[in-house]
Design a protein. Structure first.
Length: 241
């Protein structure tokens, strides 16, 4: 509950006494009378104590134990709401390797912004994606992102699911500073993967929209090599309609 020992003692004493004076609460809780007043005020702020006026006399009474459940539920809801942010900050391994979790399109966009911030000239920027589903998440943002990325002197290559949007982008290769190869027609993707030298993003394209970012040199290197194997296996001459 987050109560101090003295707060717990005063609350439990009040719970068993019902409406009582400070003196009576002090005797039953073994807490000094001078300390009971500030403790009662603290418990009032937490919604666990009330004041009753009987004539000129003030009596103090504990809230029903059911209130404890409401307080715990409130804390759990606050934790649940904050958990995605906490997970995004969480360093699972420490040192040079970690995994971060992002939830929602706003979190995903923050990862893409980090790519543009951290990537260096001539670095490889590798993508495996159903680019049509990717665009549909936020067409305005991702159109702007492609235009901004095109201004960077980096090597962008993309393996895309064979859809109308991918073929449309393929016609714009030179203008947007990337190279595209279309994956075999039977390929069905529900995730988007981006690999740069600094990190990997694995992004789920269907609800719930989540992303996992991995920063580990060995894992990045393995995925770079797997991308190269796939890239070389798709012949350019067979990849144009």
């Amino acid at each position: 509950m987050g109560l101090s020992d003295l707060e717990a003692s005063v609350y439990l004493a009040s719970l068993s006494l019902g409406p009582a004076s400070v003196s009576k609460i002090s005797r039953n809780s073994d807490v000094k009378r001078t300390s009971v007043y500030p403790i009662i005020n603290s418990l009032k702020q937490k919604g666990l104590m009330n004041i009753e006026l009987r004539g000129w006399k003030k009596l103090y009474t504990a809230e029903s134990p059911e209130k404890l459940k409401f307080i715990i539920d409130d804390k759990l809801n606050k934790l649940k709401n904050g958990l995605p942010d906490f997970m995004a900050m969480y360093n699972l391994r420490g040192g040079e390797s970690f995994i971060k979790y992002y939830e929602g399109i706003a979190g995903i966009k923050s990862v893409y912004e980090s790519f543009l911030r951290d990537i260096q000239p001539h670095d490889d920027y590798l993508v495996i994606s159903d680019t049509e589903e990717w665009f549909n998440l936020d067409p305005e943002y991702f159109s702007s992102f492609l235009e901004r990325r095109a201004k960077f002197n980096i090597n962008v290559r993309m393996l895309l699911q064979d859809k109308e949007k991918a073929r449309e982008l393929k016609k714009k290769e030179q203008g947007l500073n990337f190279k595209i190869k279309l994956l075999p027609p039977e390929t069905k993707l529900t995730t988007n993967m981006v690999v740069i030298p600094q990190r990997i993003l694995i992004q789920q394209l269907t609800p719930p929209i989540i992303g996992i970012v991995i920063e580990n040199k060995s894992i990045i290197q393995m995925n770079q090599q797997l991308f190269e194997i796939m890239w070389k296996s798709i012949k350019e001459e067979n990849n144009i309609e």
